[in-house]
Design a protein around this ligand. Sequence first.
Ligand SMILES: Cc1cn([C@H]2C[C@H](O)[C@@H](COP(=O)(O)OP(=O)(O)O[C@H]3O[C@@H](C)C(=O)[C@@H](O)[C@H]3O)O2)c(=O)[nH]c1=O
Length: 188
Amino acid sequence: MSATRFTATRTPLAELMLLQRHPLGDERGYLERLFCRDELRDMIGERRIEQMNHTLTGKAGTVRGMHFQHPPHAEMKLVTCLRGQVFDVAVDLRQGLPTFLRWHGEYLSAENHRTLLIPEGFAHGFQTLTDDCELIYLHTAAYQPDAEGAVNALDPRLAIDWPLPVTEMSARDRAHLSIATDFAGIRL
Ligand SMILES: Cc1cn([C@H]2C[C@H](O)[C@@H](COP(=O)(O)OP(=O)(O)O[C@H]3O[C@@H](C)C(=O)[C@@H](O)[C@H]3O)O2)c(=O)[nH]c1=O
């Protein structure tokens, strides 16, 4: 018997998908898949998971992001929250798309069993809404410091509506410049 362990829902940004995970529960608790290449094949295609990262963020109100990797190291990310609650945001940086520079956010928590599937061409970041948030990221490309790109999470042009006042950010993230007026986007 093969159960469907995920329901995928479109977001207003093409190819940015919200996955609802379906845990299989019993008297001990539950088992759920965080990733299944077979079931997610329509979205994953021939991509492979190359790296998996785990973050702990101590204080509510903290923002990490907004990060991406430039081609040819552009990557799809699947972002899951295993402790606490975050507001997870993707910004569309794809050149020529009608949704260029639009952002979309979803609440992810241990309780709601949701994963955001973020394709190449998006910047990603999040704000913690509780203390001690733990996230798991699956990456389809290895970390390449030289290919890192970022947009400022507080850029007025993006106008991301963070749910809480932004408290902690890394010095690096605070220093990211606002998007240049002539920025045409990422060509994949
Ligand atoms: C992302 C990454 C960082 N590092 C190192 C670099 C640095 O010394 C330390 C912390 O890195 P950062 O400050 O970039 O961590 P952080 O700001 O949490 O970066 C993360 O932000 C969120 C929003 C994402 O989407 C992730 O993909 C990632 O970019 O870890 C790795 O060794 N491997 C990795 O894959």
